[in-house]
Design a protein around this ligand. Structure first.
Ligand code: SF4
Ligand code: SF4
Length: 190
């Protein structure tokens, strides 16, 4: 079933104008993970334009996207597709759509937890806890060990001093927002 309000909601949440996309395919041809996606970024945008909400929010593509922003820099219409993907993930999560890539959701949650509690990312903690949580213990051990030996991944975390400020940011963004209330969003064509 098509949702005629979907395009407006995604535009609103991502602060983009997806009607500008004319499907030149430049975003997908530059996307480093497009091969692992079912649709790819330009087709996801097409589906949003058409109101295919269910298929988009159930798609693994929105979780496979690594938010690298390559697509946005290639887009002739300056559409920030990484931001669109972010809005779609948030929408899927808020609406309790089963996540097609649960390990990616675990990654997002851990990332936010570490930043909330330390004020910055600590890659070794993220890697270790994510491996335990997903029971994916032995993948990438070689590259992980090399990065640690080269000093690229510090083993000891160094939290920032004023973590209260980070806490305040989290409290502010976790406040219910008007744009997350479907009945209060703009109507199609507005
Ligand atoms: S590069 Fe921009 S205009 Fe081209 S398909 Fe992707 S989003 Fe659409
Ligand atoms: S932001 Fe996502 S969709 Fe865009 S190029 Fe990077 S991985 Fe691909």
């Amino acid at each position: 079933m098509l949702d005629t309000t979907f395009l407006n909601h995604v535009n609103q949440d991502s602060e983009q104008t997806l009607q500008l996309c004319y499907h030149c395919h430049k975003c997908t041809s530059g996307c480093l993970v497009a091969e692992d996606m079912q649709y790819g970024p330009d087709q996801i945008l097409r589906m949003v334009q058409l109101g295919e909400k269910e298929a988009v929010l159930q798609s693994a593509d929105i979780w496979i996207c690594a938010s690298c922003e390559t697509c946005g820099t290639r887009c002739p219409n300056e559409i920030d597709i990484a931001r669109v993907m972010d809005a779609l993930r948030q929408m899927a999560y808020t609406e309790n759509i089963p996540v097609a890539e649960p390990d990616a959701l675990k990654f997002h949650k851990l990332f936010l937890f570490l930043v909330q509690n330390m004020g910055r990312m600590h890659e070794a903690s993220l890697m270790g806890v994510h491996k335990l949580w997903t029971m994916n213990l032995f993948s990438d051990l070689d590259s992980g060990a090399k990065l640690i030996l080269k000093g690229k991944i510090p083993l000891i975390p160094h939290p920032i001093r004023n973590r209260q400020q980070i806490k305040k940011i989290y409290e502010a963004v976790n406040k219910p927002s008007v744009s997350t209330q479907p009945e209060e969003r703009g109507q199609p064509g507005e």
